[in-house]
Design a binder for this molecule. Sequence first.
Ligand SMILES: O=C(CO)[C@H](O)[C@H](O)COP(=O)(O)O
Length: 282
Amino acid sequence: MRGRVMRLLRAVPSGFLAASGLRSHTRVISGNYSSGHVCFRRSCSGAMAEEAKKRAAYAAVDNHVQDSHVVGVGSGSTIVYAVDRLAERVRQEKLKIVCVPTSFQARQLILKHGLPLSDLDRHPELDVAIDGADEVDSSLTLIKGGGGCLAQEKIVADCAKHFIVIADYRKDSKCLGQQWKKGVPIEVIPMAYVPVSRVITRRFGGETVLRMGINKAGPVVTDNSNFILDWKFESVHNWKEVNMAIKMIPGVVETGLFVGMAERVYFGMQDGTVTFRDPPVH
Ligand SMILES: O=C(CO)[C@H](O)[C@H](O)COP(=O)(O)O
């Protein structure tokens, strides 16, 4: 039975994973993060979340990347661990992979690790794309774009045979908005941000905020030279319909709603294990 069942990878013997062509790099951490140290709540939970991201990223790379694969590389802080692991496996196993970035940041990561860099002109079909998410609901609908790279992320994910998401336990929710409070990022053509904002709030409620730069006066400008509106919605919507409706507004480039795209989400958990979830079967 697939569906909403959360499966603990640590319950799967590594022999089974090897026999089924999967590899598991996950181990159970039984230690206490605070033992032997003065543990400040924030730094401990921060370290725990980083460890969770790393374990999810390693599990995804180990289970879904094979020799000669064309791999889509997502953006954000979790993907950094995935690229670390990709580079490690390329060194150790002499894998011949090619990487397609979803952002300037992803491109820099690929170059930093000396991995082969490509693009959609040369590799319009990817074997797998791995990316982070800001929130994942029970249907595996995602909010993405917290780092402002949603348009290229969605294009690359759509070109991949398998779109695999990596996240930590803080991103898991029943309904969008439970965990991620910053709203749905929407990339817009700069001259259209006011009309787009008005249409969205008139039709769907909530409020939109033009994302502003930090250490830079004025708005965030995306890798595609556009602006980002963060739409703080007030209620649960039919995300498939809302996504399509927002995309039809002139001036909208892309939304950070990823509906029906994720094939599997790996969650790094607080107890050091990794679980994964597949979409519900209707
Ligand atoms: O969509 C994204 C960037 O546009 C990221 O994948 C998303 O924001 C998750 O980032 P992080 O791994 O840093 O939590």
